[in-house]
Ligand binder design. Structure first.
Ligand code: FAD
Length: 475
């Protein structure tokens, strides 16, 4: 009888503990994916999922197999496939979101009762989320302490190679007719097709992930700490969507980085690995707080007088706030499904503080538009930036979008790329066009409010409004 390998967020052949274990069991493999509405991601990440499935199917085909794709509730579909194929064992890599954990636990119980072997493996994180704990066994609330403790656990296990030889079973006819062809996945946008920018920017898959990692380690790790904050330089790894879909594991990144450590300073290497640490911290928070994306971790914020302002929310979503760096970021997100980390912080702060709109609106927009959206990192970072989370930036620290722009995009090249209507302005005027002199504007042909959006709020007034709202909260 075949062994089923259920792929979920682990679209790779190397360092795939479930696949390796299944291959070592000696049974011929049936590799499958289930498109379950309860666990499908937002629109941009669905586009990525489509590419991830196709890329893994191509890899499996070149080894004589296939990736079989089904649709429906996993709790019904998986047990049915087990029955129809006569499989005696099922293998998967663990997921850690609340819905995924609950689903997997229920399926495991049901299959075990039916005498089926179910084996689940670690792989999406450096350390299982329940292993990094304070001395008294509680989860950490502060990143630095969390990360120190995680590092004390030592190196993650060395990555596994791709299993040397894979043998595959055929899908029995009873089951085959339920399988989907790529035309039926229905994960790509149809009308309108807004994915051109995503296609131009990304190629989902394991091979691309390792190419990117290689380029990052040779070209950018050595200057990571100093240059990661400058969006125009594009020197961060851009591995986030590849990690999200498991084309690459944090363990692979960890060990590859350690091998390169001699060529980069300790500061750069530690800074980069600490970013992987933030990802771990986020998952450990979600593991403890199921409702991380919907509930203020600091309950005082439940009384925050957030504004209901659909027009301002829309302006933010469409990159039409009039603040050039904010608009550049929101347009980069819309076109490519990704935004530079520094700019994510600026746009998040702008929504929550300048517009005084509930961070959950921003969390939802990012969930639908980011190719790297994951429920842990997104919710953690939104709560961090909104000041509502644990170990968060305090609410009263209001980022000034103009100063951030001058500091991190000094020559305006990121702004010029994403807000082309401002391109003719000189560097000195591009960060706040409405403050430029009439001559400068006329010369560049830029008229705020006509050729480009005028600022929808005044920085100083908005800041005061946010602080007044925050002061109204009881500690
Ligand atoms: P690098 O700088 O190369 O970092 C390497 C890896 O470390 C990243 O791929 C990512 O996996 C991890 N990482 C880096 N920074 C963070 C961070 N602050 N929190 C958690 N992990 C991090 N990241 C997501 O992966 N998914 C999200 O949904 C997400 N939402 C965010 C929302 C907001 C409001 C903010 C401010 C940040 C969010 N981030 C999210 C974190 C961060 O912006 C991205 O991980 C990063 O920009 C990805 O680019 P990179 O791969 O080039 O990062």
């Amino acid at each position: 009888p075949p062994a089923l390998v259920w792929f979920r967020e682990d679209f790779r052949l190397a360092d795939n503990a479930a696949l390796t274990d299944a291959a070592q069991s000696g049974a011929p493999l049936l590799c499958l994916v289930i498109l379950d509405d309860a666990s499908l991601p937002g629109a941009a990440a669905r586009w990525w999922l489509d590419g991830a499935i196709r890329a893994l199917d191509t890899q499996l085909q070149s080894r004589g197999g296939r990736l079989h794709v089904f649709r429906g509730p996993s709790r019904e579909v998986l047990p049915r496939i087990v029955r129809q194929t006569g499989a005696r064992s099922v293998f998967w890599n663990r997921r850690y979101d609340p819905n995924g954990r609950e689903t997997d636990a229920a399926i495991k119980t049901e299959l075990k009762e039916a005498g089926i072997t179910v084996r689940s493996h670690a792989g999406a994180l450096l350390h299982e989320p329940w292993t990094v704990r304070t001395r008294s066994g509680t989860p950490f609330q502060v990143f630095t302490a969390f990360w120190r403790s995680a590092r004390d656990l030592g190196d993650p296990r060395p990555p596994l190679p791709e299993p040397p030889a894979l043998t595959f079973a055929d899908l029995p006819p009873a089951c085959a007719h339920a399988g989907l062809t790529p035309d039926d996945y229905a994960l790509r946008p149809a009308k309108p097709d807004w994915a051109q920018g995503l296609r131009d920017e990304w190629e989902p898959g394991e091979e691309t992930a390792h190419d990117l990692l290689g380029t990052f380690l040779t070209e950018n790790l050595a200057t990571y700490a100093a240059s990661r904050d400058f969006p125009a330089r594009n020197t961060s790894s851009r591995l986030s969507p590849f990690l999200r879909f498991g084309h690459i594991t944090p363990g692979q990144i960890w060990h590859a980085t350690a091998e390169k450590a001699g060529t980069a300073s300790q500061t750069d290497t530690a800074k980069f690995l600490a970013e992987l640490g933030w990802r771990e911290f986020a998952w450990s928070l979600l593991f403890t707080h199921d409702d991380l994306a919907t509930r203020n971790l600091r309950p005082a914020f439940d009384a925050m007088p957030w504004r209901n302002d659909p027009k301002a929310l829309k302006a933010w979503q469409q990159g039409r706030t009039g603040y050039p760096l904010v608009d550049a970021g929101m347009r980069q997100l819309w076109h490519t499904g990704w935004m530079h980390n520094r700019v994510r912080m600026v746009v998040a702060s702008f929504l929550v503080k300048h517009l005084l709109i509930d961070w959950r609106e921003g969390e939802r927009w990012f969930a639908d538009t980011l190719v790297d959206h994951d429920p842990a990192s997104n919710a953690t970072n939104w709560q961090w930036n909104a000041g509502t989370g644990v170990d968060a930036a305090p609410f009263f620290r209001v980022m000034n979008p103009i100063l951030q722009s001058r500091k991190f995009d000094p020559d305006g090249s990121y702004i010029r790329r994403w807000v082309p209507e401002l391109a003719p302005l000189p560097d000195s005027a591009i960060h706040a066009p409405w403050e430029a002199g009439e001559d400068t504007l006329r010369h560049a042909g830029v008229i705020p409010g006509e050729t480009c959006p005028a600022p929808i709020v005044d920085h100083r007034e908005a800041r005061e409004r946010a602080l007044a709202a925050w002061r109204s909260l009881k500690p």
